[in-house]
Design a protein around this ligand. Structure first.
Ligand SMILES: Cc1cc2nc3c(=O)[nH]c(=O)nc-3n(C[C@H](O)[C@H](O)[C@H](O)COP(=O)(O)OP(=O)(O)OC[C@H]3O[C@@H](n4cnc5c(N)ncnc54)[C@H](O)[C@@H]3O)c2cc1C
Length: 532
């Protein structure tokens, strides 16, 4: 049994920011399933949206966010996050984060260089060239290494939350800790604390094609669901329109900032097509662009489209997008000379564990911040670069809330972990087969454009797979592959159930059986809870 004051599951922007804020007041364990920098945060390219320029205003940022969210955002949450954003960004800079700067041509001062992305009416994206996330992780992990109260457990996989309800206690459901698999030794430990933060990120790996790294298997949502928390709006999965299309490139994103700097989408025969879909053309909101590409690909039978930015000076592209330039070059594509082949891919989970603006979930003592959470900021569609902002603001608020709360004295008895004892030579093939099957069927039946029939077909197959996985789970020694498979099956089920529950097309949920928004659903979230 390992006892701490605060447990933090995940070492992306949400987990690290929270840990740094609570560490002066108690011992913190950061539990993270790979090496500490490996996270969606680490791959963020575009940047953080925050109002820092004289030409911009909170009102404009709020309006852009609400517009992208297609009627489903919580306006109060949007306003708070937008208004508190600049202060949190300032703290990040004080901590050592280095954003790109440019020289103001009028007074020759250095100022923050602001990028522009789809759906933003102003330039407001603070970035570190096109490797913003890497620089955020560097700055936060540096600060963590200077904080003696924080212990980082790498290669430690959070299996399940320990809740009072699951242990059979009556009264309010409270999170008491978490069971954790040490991937190196294979042992499972019990971590206990009065407060636990879920900061496990999103679930892109539920889909065959994704911009997300391998860690994004929806573990936090699955754990919170099993623990009894409400899960909201899982039907709203954002597909990024432009992932590099190349047989050897695994999940490489071509940032929206490329379109922000003038990149134009074209069919394989060189025809610009976005003017037929939206007045903002290639800079239209992501869902519009992803559907337009999907539709053009279906019409022509092509397996990708092109993103052309060759009209910009080569040196500008190399300076502004060094990471994209180098990566494409590795695959034989010189972005200064030829258009980039791109396809849409699953990118961001707008729904998640239902929380208030302070990250509090329905389970006492359990907080959720970052991509794992659903605060109401994104509504039916996330505005680009609002997610890093949300993680910063809500991590701060959650830390303040936790620091102001008195730890409960419950003295509940927590049992040690029990698992199956069997090992089986064919386990790996079953795990990898089911893993591939879920991801492919989610891509084919629960993708950018949905129908009820396809969703129902997916639901049936996932239910069968789930049953098989459950049996494995109880009989066999747990491994991280088996745990992730169980979690992606749960998350796939939640996405399908939520999509079937919403009889309309809104934001990212596009269903050909109901092609229009239904005003009765304008303010309604889909919320799923596991029966106790
Ligand atoms: C390619 C790419 C580009 C992006 N660009 C931008 C951008 O420009 N601007 C923007 O705002 N957003 C962007 N996003 C989205 C943004 O990066 C994420 O939403 C954000 O970083 C999520 O932060 P997080 O802290 O919630 O989760 P993450 O950064 O994903 O961190 C999750 C952490 O939890 C750990 N973890 C997960 N499950 C477990 C478990 N069971 N046990 C232990 N540890 C676990 C992981 O290992 C990881 O450390 C991008 C995303 C991608 C993939």
């Amino acid at each position: 049994m390992k006892q701490f004051d605060y447990l933090v599951l995940g070492s992306g922007i949400a987990g690290l920011s929270f840990a740094l804020k609570v560490a002066p007041r108690g011992r913190v364990a950061i539990i993270t399933k790979k090496n500490k920098a490996e996270s969606n945060t680490n791959y963020a390219q575009g940047g953080i949206a925050a109002v820092t320029s004289r030409e911009d205003s909170f009102e404009m940022h709020v309006r852009d966010t609400l517009e992208a969210g297609a009627g489903l955002c919580n306006e109060k949450v949007v306003r708070t996050i937008v208004e508190e954003g600049p202060e949190r960004v300032r703290e990040l800079i004080e901590l050592g984060m280095k954003f790109s700067e440019r020289e103001d041509p009028l007074n020759h001062h250095k100022e923050l260089d602001l990028g522009r992305e789809g759906g933003h009416s102003r330039r407001r994206i603070l970035h570190a060239k096109d490797v913003t996330g890497r620089e955020i992780e560097r700055a936060l992990l540096d600060a963590v290494s200077r904080q003696p109260n924080i212990e980082v457990f790498e290669n430690h996989f959070a299996i399940d939350l320990i809740t009072s309800q699951k242990l059979g206690y009556v009264g309010d459901n409270r999170c008491l800790g978490v069971y954790v698999l040490d991937k190196n030794s294979g042992n499972v430990s019990t971590f206990v604390a009065p407060f636990t933060l879920l900061a496990t990120g999103g679930c892109g790996k539920v889909y065959l094609y994704t911009t997300n790294p391998d860690i994004a298997t929806g573990d936090g949502v699955a754990m919170a669901y099993r623990g009894g928390a409400g899960i909201a709006n899982m039907e709203f999965i954002q597909f990024h329109p432009t992932c590099l299309y190349h047989p050897r490139a695994k999940s490489f994103l071509i940032s929206e900032a490329v379109r922000g700097e003038g990149g134009v989408l074209k069919t394989l025969d060189g025809r610009e097509f976005m003017d037929a879909y939206h007045p903002m053309k290639s800079l239209a909101p992501r869902d519009v662009v992803a559907r337009a590409i999907d539709s053009e690909m279906k019409k022509s039978g092509a397996d990708h489209v092109l993103l052309d930015i060759t009209h910009k000076p080569a040196q500008f592209l190399i300076d502004r997008f060094p990471n994209i330039y180098q990566n494409c070059l590795k695959y034989g594509i010189d972005i200064t000379q030829e258009p980039i082949p791109v396809v849409p891919a699953a990118h961001y989970q707008c729904g998640g564990v239902m929380t208030n603006i302070d990250g509090a979930t329905e389970i006492a003592g359990l907080y959720a911040v970052g991509e794992v959470a659903c605060t109401g900021l994104h509504g039916a569609n996330r505005l680009a670069s609002n997610s890093l902002l949300e993680a910063l603001v809500c991590a701060h608020r959650a830390a303040e809330k936790v620091l102001a709360s008195k730890p409960p004295e419950n003295g509940l008895k927590i049992p040690f972990w029990q698992s199956g004892k069997a090992t089986n030579a064919d386990e790996m093939v079953v795990v990898s087969h089911n893993w591939d099957e879920i991801r492919r069927l989610m891509w084919d039946y629960v993708g950018i454009v949905r129908t009820n029939k396809r969703l129902q077909r997916a639901q049936k197959r996932i239910a069968n797979l789930h049953e098989e996985i459950q049996q494995y789970y109880w009989d066999f020694i747990v491994t991280s592959d088996l745990l992730e498979l169980r979690n992606i099956a749960t998350v796939a089920e939640l996405i399908v159930k939520s999509a079937l529950a919403r009889p309309e097309s809104r934001g990212l949920n596009y269903n050909l059986d109901y092609p229009e928004p239904n005003p009765e659903w304008a303010q309604r979230s889909t919320v799923l809870r596991k029966e106790a």
